[in-house]
Design a protein around this ligand. Structure first.
Ligand SMILES: NC(=O)c1ccc[n+]([C@@H]2O[C@H](COP(=O)([O-])OP(=O)(O)OC[C@H]3O[C@@H](n4cnc5c(N)ncnc54)[C@H](OP(=O)(O)O)[C@@H]3O)[C@@H](O)[C@H]2O)c1
Length: 238
């Protein structure tokens, strides 16, 4: 279980997204040997020396199995693909948004980790789940997204218990707001995807298990440690 990015072989899901793009640039800068850039639409992803586009819809069992077969040299799986409908529980017209968020933010990292577990056990590898600080406290204006990420945080803890004894390191990254299309409508301070990617990989290489990314995430984590209910009320008040 190495914490170093150098010479690692990385699978990044949702590779067309903003944080994934920044992560890939940062992984290359830190000496990753190969990166499987996994996306449901790979038409915009160019194959270069170290980048191998990989067709992967994270909702598909068949795609996940095929990806694990092709990327059998992987040492790090980054579950990054995500969706946020930015909708409150009571404002959603029905359960479709909540179901999609659960499918992509919770069930997909579970599906991918199950598919890649034999590879990662064999290669003494790691899983890095891109969560959010909102996995730890609900922001009602995007309530169902937070619930799905809370499930993914619990998944991360459970996987750690199951797979650490088998030599696979399980890490969660909990960023605050990052300036991507996911937060386009939110008039709040946001960090750049490049800064987020650097902090995520700094924490990963430092051997952290729960990586709080950016001032917002660190501030909320400190608040939660001090007075959980006060932070819950603060976020409920908008
Ligand atoms: N932005 C933030 O403030 C923030 C904060 C904390 C955590 N995060 C997390 O960071 C991760 C990346 O988000 P981002 O901000 O970079 O958003 P983004 O630019 O919208 O990227 C999301 C990525 O997920 C992919 N995706 C969605 N459904 C998929 C599916 N079924 N199969 C494969 N890929 C799928 C998207 O692919 P398409 O291009 O095909 O749609 C896109 O590449 C997410 O897990 C998000 O929850 C974001």
């Amino acid at each position: 279980m190495s914490a170093s990015i150098k010479d690692s072989v990385v699978v990044v899901t949702g590779a067309t997204g903003a944080i994934a793009t920044a992560l890939i640039a940062e992984l290359l800068a830190r000496g990753a040997a190969k990166i499987y850039a996994a996306a449901r639409d790979v038409s915009g992803l160019a194959a270069t020396g170290k980048i191998v586009p990989l067709k992967l819809d994270v909702t598909s069992d068949a795609d996940a199995a095929a990806a694990a077969l092709q990327a059998s040299d992987a040492t790090l799986l980054i579950n990054n693909a995500g969706v946020n409908h930015n909708t409150a529980f009571m404002l959603a017209p029905d359960l479709a948004f909540a179901k999609e968020e659960i499918e992509i933010n919770y069930l997909a990292p579970l599906r991918l980790t199950r598919a890649f577990a034999p590879v990662l056990i064999r290669n003494h590898g790691a899983v890095l789940n891109i969560l959010t600080i909102l996995a730890r406290v609900n922001l009602p204006l995007m309530g169902s997204y937070c619930a799905s990420k809370a499930a993914a945080l619990s998944l991360t803890q459970g996987l750690r218990g199951e797979l650490t004894p088998k030599g696979v390191r399980i890490v969660g990254a909990l960023p605050g707001a990052v300036d991507t299309r996911m937060t386009a409508g939110l008039p709040i301070p946001k960090m750049t995807p490049a800064d987020a990617a650097k902090e995520i990989l700094d924490g990963y290489e430092a051997g952290e298990e729960d990586i709080y990314v950016g001032d917002m995430a660190k501030g909320l984590a400190a608040g939660l440690a001090q007075d959980h209910k006060a932070v819950e009320k603060q976020l409920a008040s908008g």
